[in-house]
Design a protein around this ligand. Sequence first.
Ligand code: IPD
Ligand code: CA
Ligand code: CA
Length: 267
Amino acid sequence: MKDHLKDELLELALEAARRAGNLLRDGRPADLGVAATKTSPIDVVTEMDVASEKLITGFLTEQRPADGFLGEEGASIEGSSGVRWIIDPVDGTVNYLYGLPSWAVSIAAEKDGEVIVGVVAAPMRGETYQAVLGGGAHANGEPVRVRHPAPPLSQALVGTGFGYVAERRAAQAEVLRTLLPRVRDIRRGGSAAIDLCDVACGRLDAYYERGLNPWDLAAGELIAREAGARTGGRPGEPASGELVLAASPGVFEELEPLLDELGAWHD
Ligand code: IPD
Ligand code: CA
Ligand code: CA
């Protein structure tokens, strides 16, 4: 594959994420309203989620009219170029709604079904993470790597997240009840994209979650992998909605069978 395609897509993703990040940061209304709910009354979409997705798809369509789109707030276009953009216009909407800083814009580009570019912009951290397939991962232009040497699982800091539906949360709490005494500690940051980038930067030793959608993980998974993380789902399977695990080598091998045994992949 021509590297100039990757370079072009990376530049466009960075610019789209920068513009959307600015809109979200500078345009956050004091009385931010909830525009609609998704899977449950606590799974909200604000007017700013919608505005951000519109900005991103508008900008990218102008630059590359033949590309496809998959966006959380409804963008769904097949396209004819073989390139498809996967967009989470605000990952960490609940944080954004409450004025907490951990939210991000996540933009990935796939070519013929393979993710080749990922950008996660976290404006309130002043950080943008990026990766190109085979080209390493960077934060604000500096190379990043997973934590090395990796600690044993008993000393690992593990991020996770919970779905929005009560039955799933009950099952996730059960997994956590067994896992918590076996690790250093647990973090629930509220943005899957940032969690994956935190694994990439060595700020978490591992992150797992059940129930993610492609837009939550496409960019962050590539960034984590390019930073040296191992990623997957159930043993031997790729990351998917069933289960996503990203961890430093070493921690991954300990956590993968344990999560499988604890049933982290089902409700
Ligand atoms: C959510 C966040 C959260 C994760 C949820 C996601 P949203 O995305 O990434 O951390 O636990 O599973 O749905 O709704 O804020 O875009
Ligand atoms: Ca999300
Ligand atoms: Ca979202």
